[in-house]
Write a protein that binds this ligand. Sequence first.
Ligand code: FAD
Length: 395
Amino acid sequence: MPSRQSSALDFDSLRPPSPFMGETHQAWRDSLRRFIERELMPFVTEWDEAEYVPREVFKKAGAFGLLGAGYPEQYGGWSEGFDRFHGIVTSEELARIGAGGVSTALMVHGIGLPPILAIGTDEMKERIAPSVLRGEVQISLAITEPDAGSDVANISTRAERHGDHYIVNGSKMFITGGMTSHWATTAVRTGGDGAGGISLLLIDLNAKGVTRTPLKKQGWWASDTAALYFEDVEAPVDHLIGGLGQGFAGIMRNFNSERLGMASGATASARVCIEDAAQWAQQRRTFGKRLADHQVIRHKIAEMVQRVNATTAYLEHCAWRVQRGETPVMDLCLLKVQATQTLEFCAREATQIMGGAGYMRGSRIERIYREVRVNAIGGGSEEIMRDLAARQLGL
Ligand SMILES: Cc1cc2nc3c(=O)[nH]c(=O)nc-3n(C[C@H](O)[C@H](O)[C@H](O)COP(=O)(O)OP(=O)(O)OC[C@H]3O[C@@H](n4cnc5c(N)ncnc54)[C@H](O)[C@@H]3O)c2cc1C
């Protein structure tokens, strides 16, 4: 059988046309892509291996407008005309780098800052947000503890009020940016047991009594992860984010947008897997023909496209509902599972198609393969997402 012609199955041609995206989304994509190709892509392997993204890069991302995309103008962001689909474009272009650690490091404020902007005081917003969006200062989100991960309502880090300060004692685990952040939006227990006793407190990670320990991990190397220990750490009472005992609600609201963002990134990473595997399959020859001429390989690629396109449709439908003011908790949970399982499938198949080359360090596929599990665990694990969805269904 003669070989078929090679076709340009690339990241853009693989994306189904979207009824929700217009000229402004394309303009943002083009501009962001130029920035990423110039300032990030040439260096990602070096940063990933060094487990570090230089602070200068944060400042460049701030000056370009990446860090402030979707944030209020008054704090140095830009949100005029920015909708959920511009947010999806941001996630997709960052995923195209094929180094989740780099984008996680750069965008950690995406989980640490929103609670402050949603329920913090004006003074706190003005003090924290502009320097974070300029990339000078970094803010993490610290919820997980050694004995409380999925079971958020069970955290035990305590904040006791003494005059005009809280005194914080306890520890946090697996905190993204924990080694390099200046601030942490931290879940603390200010009341009794359960969700109602939790508040959010802004903690200065350079304060006396804070100890940080770096943690080594399977993937996301460029993004540092830390265990944080608080021993009689002082935080002024005006560092309370939202009302006393309102922390759990603040955390849950944050999770909804984090899950949409993670689903966008995971779906786009799955598309990267198809791009690299399809290009490889059209060049690599075995048994006298291209890999792409072996039916089993063609079917692998077709199934990857099938799953990614179905996930993209679900993603865009969820984003459309959020955009019009709904909070589709059940679908956001199931979407996260759908997207991360699609990523898991595509990372596996792409690595398989690339053979030994896909297992070598320095390629997008090899890094993405190592990032599959953190996507399926972080921001709400598969099991917890399904359980939450089942509860929303009234089961
Ligand atoms: C790289 C990385 C970065 C992270 N960054 C942050 C961060 O910035 N801030 C932060 O606060 N946290 C962060 N996390 C923590 C993350 O949110 C937690 O790992 C996650 O919530 C799961 O908690 P856990 O690891 O304690 O697992 P556990 O809660 O102990 O669960 C272990 C396993 O049991 C399953 N399980 C638990 N309960 C049930 C149940 N009721 N029914 C069925 N199965 C169940 C879980 O799904 C999971 O598979 C990060 C984690 C990683 C790996």
